[in-house]
Design a protein around this ligand. Sequence first.
Ligand SMILES: *[C@@H]1O[C@H](CO)[C@@H](O)[C@H](O)[C@H]1NC(C)=O
Length: 412
Amino acid sequence: MAHRVPRFITDFFVYETAKSVVVKSWSVGIINRVVQLLIILYFICWVFMHEKGHQQRDTGIESAVMSKVKGLGKFNNRVMDVADYVVPSQGGSSFSVITSMVITANQTQGRCPETDPKFKCTTDDECMAKLGSNLGNGIITGTCLNNNNETTGWCEIEGWCPAEDDTVSGKPMKEVENFTIFVKNSIRFPLFNVTRGNFPSSLNQSYIQSCHYDSVDDPFCPIFKVGDILRHINQSFDSITDKGGEIGININWKCNLDYNVMYCNPNYFFTRLDAAFKNSAASKGYNFRFAKYYQSEDGTEHRTLHKAKAIRFEIIVSGNAGKFSTVPFLINLVAAFTSVGLATVFCDIILLNFHKGADEYKAKKFEEVSGIVSESANNRLYEGSQMSLKALEKRSNDSGTFSIGRQDPSNQ
Ligand SMILES: *[C@@H]1O[C@H](CO)[C@@H](O)[C@H](O)[C@H]1NC(C)=O
């Protein structure tokens, strides 16, 4: 019957079980012990040096930020204080410091010529073609205003007049470099219920009032000079005030709570956030408009329009905390112990391939036992030593069950 079953099926339905072959060889024995020792040493070092591996981690950092800018500058011969140049004024994690403005004073509702070069015209037809355009300062009426009978004029708009001319812009307020930003950041790791502030309460009042952050000398000073931040990100003052820009003040908390919570302190670093768009043609830099409204005595509404170029600051808080936990530690420990078995794999490779007498070892290690045990002695179903034959006979009397402590068959 058996010979009719295709070979690949009989080859597939086999069972492999391990058999121990004791090799009394100095060279392989030494290699085995050395490799085992190395693996154990590696894991001891790993457990001690890589302590984060068996920590429970909390990445769900909760954070609140308060900021305050200080400094006085001069723009267009006007002294500017915090109320003039910080928008919004509440002091949150995101705010802008205005560096220059185009101010269009005394605007009222009415009709007047455009100022944008896109709306130059010689005939009314050109302006009619631009009806519905939302690129200008007001609604296009379709009339071309040729003041003083010049050959070119501007399309007429209806809206706030006179229209803003943003091609004229004052020099940026250079004192911004000396402005300081005070940052107060409190964080909490909810998993471990640990709360920290970004400067130690041990810092005294006079230090807090006079220090400036420096990554080496004053790493815990929460006051940042704008000029220092620009130096950290290798940006010149002109490059950022030219069109405005965005700067990230990153506060990173990495806390190992196996140590005293006193060592749980923030790291600061800075990034130019709009660098990602520096090669894009559209929307370079950062600017925004705002207006201040007032009424004249006759009741007409006026406004002063400001187009501001600014440096926008974003305070970005990130971090994680770790604390020893038994479960990851035990998992690592079990992994360490099972890895000691790798020495066997390594020694087998040497023994079965490169050691002298490799073929003999192979014969001892792998042997085939047919399911029809009674025929085995006659049919040479396996190649092996006389020892293996005896072992086979032993198992043939065993009704398929392996029994521990079975006597050597030669004694039977
Ligand atoms: C910034 O302050 C320093 C001294 O504190 C002063 O010498 C310098 O002129 C100031 N820079 C600007 C642009 O005002």
